[in-house]
Design a protein around this ligand. Structure first.
Ligand code: ADP
Ligand code: VHF
Length: 257
């Protein structure tokens, strides 16, 4: 069965003022994803935004800078995040399952196997969507994935996904005039476009997305980076259509005869 990993960044799931999750976005995304699931695709979601969701719960006005502050926000925000996903998918008769992973879970052979078995079992049920996030509230600084872009590529490798789709707040990778770059065949062509800016509540920016692309491509998984707020893009990216920026798996050079 065709497997797709979808990664949603904080900017896609939270309101513009960054003070709360955007329920309308969750509903719209669930509408689009449920069409894929009902058409027989297996979908795993990697969802950011636990920290953003926890900011108002802790009565703060902005994202804390210190690690315990971020970890407390994530602990308070994660149930809010799952409530949003659960409510949005239940309208389509679908359930969600939470998986919180740390770097050690994909690094250790035994824990990796357990994580894979759990996701396999969930996907075999057909009506459950695994929702993965980093286990922020326990992850030790040195052993963190640090950003969910990296985590999404690790998950794509773990479940042997057919595609990885990274949904973010820009229309894929753009050049310095803001023009979309529809397809990238060599990573050097992408890396020179990385700018330092990123969303206020986001972690990685474009640099970590391109690192995630490289990791997925190393496992022969093609990647699309698309605008997560634009309706209709998910179905198109699921068939590797021309939306956002596509990163096909490079062809192996032909052996000289
Ligand atoms: N060449 C580029 N093309 C598009 N976006 C870029 C580029 N360079 C940097 N960015 C920034 O990366 C942001 C997306 O990353 P980020 O804010 O971390 O989102 P997310 O929360 O989805 O992970 C864009 O909104 C933009 O500000
Ligand atoms: N695990 C964190 C997200 C970390 C992260 O990489 O965020 P983003 O750059 O928005 O994908 C959270 O749930 O808030």
């Amino acid at each position: 069965m065709s497997r797709i990993v979808l990664k949603f960044g904080t900017g896609v799931l939270s309101r513009l003022d960054g003070r709360a999750l955007d329920a309308a976005q969750f509903r719209r995304i669930a509408d689009e994803v449920s069409v894929l699931v009902k058409a027989g695709k297996s979908v795993v979601i990697v969802s950011s935004a636990a920290i953003a969701a926890g900011i108002p719960v802790l009565g703060l006005s902005k994202r804390p800078d210190d690690l315990p502050g971020k970890q407390a926000c994530a602990a308070a925000g994660q149930p809010e995040l799952m409530r949003m996903w659960s409510t949005a998918f239940r309208r389509h008769g679908l359930n969600v399952a939470q998986m919180l992973l740390t770097h050690e879970d994909v690094d250790s052979r035994m824990r990796r196997k357990n994580a894979r078995n759990t996701i396999e079992r969930l996907l075999n049920s057909h009506e459950i969507i695994p929702i993965v996030n980093e286990n922020d509230s326990v992850a030790v600084e040195e052993l963190r994935f640090g950003d969910n872009d990296r985590l999404s590529a690790e998950v794509a490798l773990l479940v042997r996904a057919k595609r990885l789709i990274i949904l973010t707040s820009s229309n894929g990778l753009t050049d310095n005039t803001g023009r979309r770059l529809p397809i990238i065949r060599k990573m050097e062509d992408a890396l020179r476009h990385v700018r330092p800016e990123k969303g206020e509540l986001s972690v990685g920016g474009m640099k970590t997305k391109l690192e995630a692309v490289q990791l997925a491509l190393s496992g022969n998984i093609p990647v699309s980076i698309i605008d997560g707020k634009k309706r209709g893009q998910i179905a198109e990216a699921a068939v590797f259509g021309d939306v956002g920026t596509r990163f096909p798996v490079p062809r192996a050079p032909r052996k000289a005869s």
